[in-house]
Design a binder for this molecule. Sequence first.
Ligand code: UDP
Ligand code: MG
Length: 312
Amino acid sequence: MPLLSIVVPCYNEQETLPFFFPAVSRVAEQLRTQVDFEWIFVNDGSKDDTLRVLKDLHAQDARVHYLSFSRNFGKEAAMLAGLTKARGDFVAVMDADLQDPPQMLVEMYQSITSEPIDCVATRRVSRKGEPPIRSFFARRFYALINRLSKTQIVDGARDFRLMTRRMVDAILQVKEYNRFSKGIFSWVGFQTKWLTYENVQRVAGETKWSFWKLLLYSFDGIVAFSTAPLALASIIGFLFCLIAFVMICIIIAKTLIWGDPVAGYPSLVCIIFFIGGIQLFCIGILGQYLSKTYLETKKRPLYIIAEEDETD
Ligand code: UDP
Ligand code: MG
């Protein structure tokens, strides 16, 4: 029988795991005749008792595997570690908070085994229950990154997806340090089918993403999947040279025709500030890319595993 691995990144999820595991087990029970399940829980340096909960689950059910990071490395690293450890012919990524309806796994599994596709992904059609300001910026982000980058990133796409082994292997080949999974999933290609669902609230605990964390994450996404901001600096520079040239011509002409009354000191200061600001902005963009290159060249591991269960 084929094996289906469920990869679950967990950061301070002690309250949600007791709901999550039985819910997915029920789905595993429904698919019992078609596929075997295994769970790969990644404890991403939780500060609560998540690890103990995971060990209990492992003791109860041999299909449950866990690994635990030495500190919080972020969801991206946790997903990568889980995908690396997963041995399934099919691999699903799910959040621990039941915001990804487990029941959908049935439909996803039927699709991936009966259609010529390598991935069934999900997206939310609504953002109900989310602060409006967050929804607004999220929409702007997707519009922007899809203009700037050749890699298409679907608005509302979740990390909840089911993939075939060959797609997972392709993802594991992408070794970059600054990981933006939504982009990587799309970049590796393969046929993807999209399922939609309404936003679901977390069963317990609270979200780990503050507005600022999301904003910084969105910058990472843009820098990782587009070099357009680099070109922006050159374009602005060129435009300003053009404007300056035209202004010089006008001033020369004016001086020749009407003489030269000394005026315009305040406007001069404004222009100096303005140009200075643009220059700093452009240097800042360069800095962003340079810092990413710097981290990339260090070739640090993406995560450190402190302990994991013994698997053969
Ligand atoms: N998560 C993680 N490491 C982090 C932050 C989050 O492994 O540093 C996990 C978290 O435990 C959950 C999933 O990523 O399983 C999604 O997190 P959350 O529900 O907080 O995000 P949201 O659904 O609000 O986008
Ligand atoms: Mg969530």
